[in-house]
Design a protein around this ligand. Structure first.
Ligand SMILES: *Cc1c(COP(=O)(O)O)cnc(C)c1O
Length: 414
């Protein structure tokens, strides 16, 4: 279906990798195959497809022609042999991890993880005896020291959600491989336009396609890319038997989103730089985390590994109460979890995306302060995004009364 493509430019590939013109009336866009099953021409063919002796569709939990085009397009954009689509980012992450580990194994993770990934690892540990540790990956000696003979997977988010610390993928991959482990990277915050982890030694890349890849906040989906052998194994095990499959409509919408991915990412980066400069100079903002910051301590690594900052900024206001005032005062930015879409979104990790993480792990190991606010800078005019933050920050009292400074646990806070 998807053409084997001879042009190199990312922008060109993101538009033409999904070219279906070899069939379907020369339709310019990919046809939407809304079908659960496929009719076998005869019993012998059906048998041969089940036996893997003949190519061909069987049932849409295993493969679907529209989804197939997206899988191939994502593989081309990430520089992978193959791709596999899932019903959500968590569907992809759980299918990959469950396929890679068994009870008694160990997973070594970056010291910041998407909240539900942390939840999944906790479940694997409690129910199936798969151990995991978080480690500060800014120190490679520490990473090396935390590897165990049982470590099968090193799992990394970079930049780390929501503190936006950057992990050196090449260095981590060398340590992982020396210890016989595979490196899995969650590339959701970057997309293949800004970062291609396979080029820096990763074995598998996972995405929440819900975010920048879809880009319009209208779907939930996930993707994994890696070697064909590994993804074939997944297709017939943790994809087929657990069943977090992507629907063809979602694949169609993501293919549509991919055509503008490079344009959107450029503008997300540009807007985020402007918003960063504004926030970094605001007296009520105590800290700003942004990989595009000109004084970022990891600049050399960022230049080597990433093509841009993306649209994610995290910043701290003094207290949880101040954060709440800010979130209740924005008008253009929308108070919602998720990220990577046209609309600017704001949220509070301690009480929302990372509420599932125990408070001590969240603060001490992940570095998520209670007053940390996460902003997904959208595609609106940057002056309007800044004006909105300006009026909302103005609502925070300059001097917090002592009573409001109590370090309230968001789990119990009203
Ligand atoms: C959203 C997100 C996920 C989970 O993806 P879903 O599509 O919501 O299941 C995983 N990792 C990161 C970094 C995310 O932002």
């Amino acid at each position: 279906m998807a053409r084997e493509f001879e042009f190199e430019g990312f922008e060109t590939k993101s538009i033409h990798a999904a070219d279906p013109r070899s069939e379907a009336f020369g339709s310019l866009t990919v046809p939407l195959y809304m079908t659960s099953t496929y009719v076998f021409p005869d019993a012998e063919t059906g048998g041969a497809r089940f036996a893997g002796e003949e190519q061909g569709m069987i049932y849409s939990r295993i493969a679907n022609p529209t989804v197939d085009v997206l899988e191939k397009a994502m593989a081309q954009l990430e520089g992978a042999e193959a791709g596999l689509a899932f019903g959500s980012g968590m569907g992809a992450i759980s299918a990959v991890l469950i396929a890679m580990v068994k009870s008694g194994d160990h997973i070594l993770c970056s010291d910041g993880l998407y909240g539900c990934t942390y939840g999944l690892l906790t479940m694997l540990k409690e129910k199936f005896g798969v151990e995991f540790d978080l480690v500060d990956m800014s120190d490679m000696e520490r990473v090396r020291a935390m590897m165990r003979p049982q470590t099968k997977v090193v799992y990394v988010e970079t930049p780390i959600n929501p503190t936006l610390k950057v992990v050196d993928l090449q260095a981590v991959s060398e340590i992982a491989h020396a210890g016989g482990a595979q490196l899995v990277v969650d590339n959701t915050f970057m997309t293949p336009y800004l970062q291609q982890p396979l080029k820096h030694g990763a074995d598998v890349v996972v995405h929440s396609a819900t975010k920048y890849l879809g880009g319009h906040g209208d779907l939930i989906a996930g993707v994994a890319v890696g070697s064909k052998a590994f993804l074939d194994e997944l297709r017939f095990s943790t994809l087929k038997d657990i069943g977090a499959v992507m629907a063809p409509m979602e694949a169609w919408l993501i293919l549509r989103g991919l055509k503008t991915l490079s344009l959107r990412m450029e503008r997300h980066c540009e807007n985020a730089h402007k918003v960063y400069t504004y926030l970094a100079n605001h007296p009520k903002v105590s800290k700003v985390y942004f990989p595009g910051a000109p004084d970022h301590p990891q600049q050399e690594l960022i230049a080597r590994q990433m093509r841009g900052s993306s649209g994610m900024i995290a910043f701290e206001v003094q207290t949880l109460e101040a954060g709440r005032t800010l979130m209740n005062s924005v008008r253009l930015a929308q108070l919602a979890v998720s990220l990577g879409e046209a609309t600017t979104l704001i949220q509070h990790p301690a009480s929302m995306t990372h509420a599932v993480v125990p408070a001590d792990v969240r603060r001490d190991e992940m570095g998520i302060a209670d007053g940390l606010v996460r902003l997904s800078v959208g595609l609106e005019h940057p002056d309007d995004i800044i004006a909105d933050l300006e009026q909302a920050l103005a609502k925070i009292p300059v001097q917090q009364p002592e009573s409001a400074k109590v370090d309230t646990d968001p789990h119990t806070a009203a």
